[in-house]
Ligand binder design. Structure first.
Ligand code: AMP
Length: 125
């Protein structure tokens, strides 16, 4: 069920549980401020999620309220994931669904990194 990206942070969301170590994840890389892990239901040969460790519901929340260090770290982590997974070699896509209309299901900001195959048009009409 897509979520309201303007709602308060839900401590019980699945990515909060991953960050607390309550459920496992397949980590790609971890920094002081960010965690990158394989999507449990990959939609491409490379499908990694990059999340901030801080409590941010959405890109809107993160861009307004995160520190410069957290923002820089997330962006650099996305770049490192693309390089280290091999996605960068052939081209890749990053995507952050924000709110109900975009189909955001987990109320903790996550940036999808897709690669490893031709990715087709950005949106289908
Ligand atoms: P979104 O629709 O943008 O909110 O994407 C949520 C993503 O989280 C989906 O691609 C799910 O497959 C993924 N996901 C949900 N639970 C887990 C989990 N425990 N570990 C890794 N990925 C997950």
């Amino acid at each position: 069920m897509p979520i309201d990206h303007k709602a308060a942070y839900d401590e019980q969301n699945i990515f909060a549980k991953i960050l607390r170590g309550e459920i496992p994840n397949k980590t790609v890389l971890e920094t002081d401020h960010s965690l990158a892990f394989h999507d449990i239901n990959p939609l491409a040969p490379i499908h990694v999620l990059v999340i901030p460790k801080g409590r941010y519901v959405s890109m809107e929340d993160f861009s307004a309220n995160a520190s410069d260090a957290e923002i820089a770290d997330l962006v650099r982590t996305i770049g490192k994931v693309a390089a280290e997974t091999g996605a960068d070699a052939q081209g890749y896509r990053i995507l952050a669904n924000t709110g109900k209309r975009a189909g955001q299901e987990v109320p903790h900001l996550h940036v999808h990194v897709f690669g490893g195959q031709p990715l087709g048009p950005m949106l289908s009409r």
